[in-house]
Write a protein that binds this ligand. Structure first.
Ligand SMILES: N[C@@H](CCC(=O)N[C@@H](CS)C(=O)NCC(=O)O)C(=O)O
Length: 220
């Protein structure tokens, strides 16, 4: 079995801890039972990631395995899911449905949520952000209400836990600074159900550990 490495940040500010997108990849690898090593980066390493052709945008995560280099958390999770029944059922039609929901998480739900998160976390005091925020909240609420409608009476997006639920959960987590998910009981229960998985707990703990270590070193 070739060694797998995943890039991640050595430290990020508290508002981002537990949200950095290597979490998706760590979680997928845990569900699949695949061992990996984290390759920890600082902001000073991002330009080198571009120069070395590992990540064209200098972002995390990068996945490396036996000379294969992948970026984009969704593509990496799909790559892992293609090889693991824990993340993708064997039936071709069920796989196609799971992929449909993976794209929905990243392409229909995340943009609305990310827009609101950027307003709140990076631009809260700016005049344009104050004007735009109510519209952004309405946009998020509309998507959450539609998603909640789909999940009504279902434990998972498609019958059983798949890579789509993994991605959707990490997308919903981006709203943790608000009560928008909690206001939708079906979504809150879904998020908690997915986050209760041991693989998620392990992935989260492993993302958080270097942050705590960096903070402890800084205090010394
Ligand atoms: N669409 C990309 C987004 C990756 C991304 O936004 N990574 C963030 C951390 S969550 C990052 O590296 N930010 C630093 C930067 O953009 O310079 C993916 O899903 O992998």
């Amino acid at each position: 079995m070739a060694k797998i490495t995943v890039s991640a940040f050595r430290w990020v500010p508290p508002f981002a801890q537990g949200l950095v997108r290597d979490l998706r990849v760590r979680w997928a690898l845990e569900e699949a039972g695949l061992a990996y090593e984290a390759r920890l980066l600082g902001p000073e390493d991002q330009a080198a990631e571009i120069q070395r052709g590992l990540q064209p945008f200098g972002q995390v995560p990068v996945y490396e395995e036996d000379g294969l280099v992948l970026f984009e958390s969704g593509a990496i999770v799909l790559h892992i899911a293609e090889r693991s029944e824990a993340l993708m059922p064997p039936d071709p039609r069920a796989r196609a449905r799971a992929k449909t929901w993976m794209f929905a998480a990243l392409n229909t739900i995340e943009p609305a949520i990310q827009q609101l998160a950027e307003i709140d976390l990076f631009h809260a005091d700016e005049a344009w952000a104050k004007m735009r925020r109510p519209g952004a909240v309405e946009g998020v609420k509309a998507r959450l209400s539609q998603l909640s409608g789909w999940l009504e009476g279902r434990d998972y997006l498609e019958g059983r836990f798949t890579a789509a639920d993994l991605l959707m959960t990490t997308v919903l987590r981006i709203l943790r600074h608000t009560d928008l998910v909690a206001q939708a009981p079906v979504l809150e229960a879904y998020r908690l159900r997915c986050e209760a998985r041991p693989a998620f707990q392990k992935a989260l703990a492993d993302q958080m550990a270097p942050f705590a270590e960096s903070e402890a070193t800084d205090r010394r």
